[in-house]
Ligand binder design. Structure first.
Ligand SMILES: [Zn+2]
Ligand SMILES: [Zn+2]
Length: 183
């Protein structure tokens, strides 16, 4: 919800609405003029499953704004740090997402495919939120080489081998395994 009390707090000179861009000059000049904008700020409530943008972390929108017939095209990237639970070892997984965006802002946005342009004000926040929610990893890994947990004892195998693997295989089971592998 735009204009909530939380957003009115100003931290170290960061404007309360960092994603609000004035496009007055762009709208008045001839077509094919590009306005570059890089806007960063904290956005609360960005989460999917166990993965989220940490509270207070900055989401950045880096776009070229281009006047097109009927509106403004925003083309560039959205980036944000994320934290979640590793799907193999259940430890903390950290990363940074960056995703490309190409979205149209229109004065009378009737459908869900475009964003609303309000007068000379273009709000990049909804675009940033949508892009981050689409890109947040739903089942992340702490590292590509994560060893996960031992299925028998639950030990974290990233911290070393557990005693399960050191145990000699019962010869009776070994015979059964051999049979299984033949089929
Ligand atoms: Zn892991
Ligand atoms: Zn084990």
């Amino acid at each position: 919800m735009v204009g909530s009390g939380v957003r009115l707090r100003t931290i170290d000179g960061v404007p309360p609405r960092p994603f609000l861009v004035s496009v007055t000059a762009l709208r008045r000049s001839p077509a094919a003029t590009v306005q570059h904008e890089r806007r960063c700020g904290p956005l609360d409530g960005l989460a999917v499953t166990s993965t989220r943008v940490p509270s207070g972390a900055e989401v950045c929108v880096d776009v070229d704004l281009e006047a097109v017939h009927g509106g403004v095209m925003a083309h560039g990237t959205v980036s944000a740090p994320w934290e979640g639970e590793c799907r193999r070892c259940l430890g903390t997984a950290l990363g940074t997402l960056e995703t490309e965006v190409r979205e149209l802002f229109e004065p009378n946005s009737a459908d869900d495919d475009t964003y609303r342009l309000r007068g000379e004000q273009l709000d990049l926040e909804p675009l940033a939120r949508d892009a981050v929610l689409l890109e947040l990893p739903q089942a992340p890994l702490c590292a590509e080489a994560c060893q996960g947990l031992c299925p028998t004892c639950g030990a974290n195998l990233n911290e070393g081998e557990c005693s399960c693997e050191a145990q000699p295989t019962d010869p009776r089971w070994a015979a059964l395994d051999a049979l299984r592998h033949e089929t």
